[in-house]
Design a protein around this ligand. Structure first.
Ligand SMILES: NC(=O)c1ccc[n+]([C@@H]2O[C@H](COP(=O)([O-])OP(=O)(O)OC[C@H]3O[C@@H](n4cnc5c(N)ncnc54)[C@H](OP(=O)(O)O)[C@@H]3O)[C@@H](O)[C@H]2O)c1
Length: 252
């Protein structure tokens, strides 16, 4: 049990048993929110709930793209906490590496289903369950791969770009009740991104003007800001959180 003063607010964070989602959950808990986290592996999810603090956290296991899971996750959040102010669409996948000229279209569909359609599904459900009458905020976790060409992870990049337009559409449609923004991180040290830096972290970090790779709390801080009253006049934006890597564009 933590001694943090409760904010009275409740967040649903998808894909939060580890990595960025876990970092977001930690940041929201630290300011007093109660949180529902999701993930596919039930055991890992249980462990995360225990670690984060079962007094203010519940876990609902399932695949983000599964509509029945989406419904249960929102229902359980409402049952446990009575409201769902914030949605952080974080669950995502990047199963292939290679040129899109040879991409299996079924893989492309799967990437879209998990990264984009799921986010829309959750945003529909939190809207109808709570946000349309009571307000709130949504944060979609996109990627720098969605705002630039992303060689060898093209399907992922296309889906992350789509999340940015999903953010614009939702921000327009859900205003003024609900603010909707996105975060576009560069490489954050998680299991998902390991292949990009493992065994060569110093070299990878050297490309970043701020001298290091990201950590989940960097994204947690940005998500906390975008779901706080400090960002009350910000909607439809994509906040690039990248250690300054984009400052290198055009150099060389
Ligand atoms: N790390 C980076 O450098 C980076 C950069 C830009 C954007 N992002 C984005 O940030 C998000 C989180 O990535 P991460 O790096 O934190 O990954 P991670 O460390 O692999 O964590 C992913 C989390 O999501 C869950 N998850 C994965 N697929 C899921 C699905 N289909 N349905 C429900 N839960 C699922 C995982 O648990 P289970 O495996 O048990 O399901 C885990 O809790 C992704 O959308 C990714 O595209 C990451």
């Amino acid at each position: 049990m933590t001694s943090v003063e409760l904010s009275g607010k409740v967040a649903l964070v998808t894909g939060a048993s580890r990595g960025i989602g876990y970092g977001v959950a930690e940041a929201l808990l630290a300011r007093g929110d109660r949180v529902c986290i999701t993930g596919r592996n039930e055991e890992a999810l249980k462990e995360a709930v225990e670690k984060l603090g079962a007094d203010r956290v519940i876990g609902v296991a399932g695949k983000a793209h599964d509509e029945a899971h989406q419904a249960v996750a929102v229902e359980r959040t409402m049952e446990a906490f009575g409201r769902v102010d914030f949605l952080v669409n974080n669950a995502g996948t990047n199963p292939v590496f290679g040129p899109i000229a040879d991409l299996d279209l079924n893989v492309a569909r799967k990437v879209f289903e998990t990264n984009v359609v799921s986010a829309l599904g959750f945003a529909q459900r939190t809207w109808h369950a709570w946000q349309k009458d009571n307000g709130g905020a949504i944060v979609n976790i996109s990627s720098v791969a969605g705002v630039s060409a992303s060689p060898f992870i093209g399907a992922y990049g296309i889906s992350k770009a789509a999340m940015i337009n999903l953010t614009l559409q939702l921000a327009h449609e859900y205003a003024p009740k609900v603010r909707v923004n996105a975060i576009a991180p560069a490489v954050v040290k998680t299991q998902f991104a390991k292949a990009l830096y493992e065994g060569r972290e110093e070299e990878a970090a050297a490309a970043y003007p701020l001298g290091r790779l990201g950590v989940p709390s960097d994204i947690g801080g940005a998500a906390a800001f975008l779901t706080s009253t400090q960002s009350d006049w910000i909607t439809g934006q994509t906040l690039v959180v990248d250690g300054g890597i984009f400052l290198n564009a055009g150099v060389g």
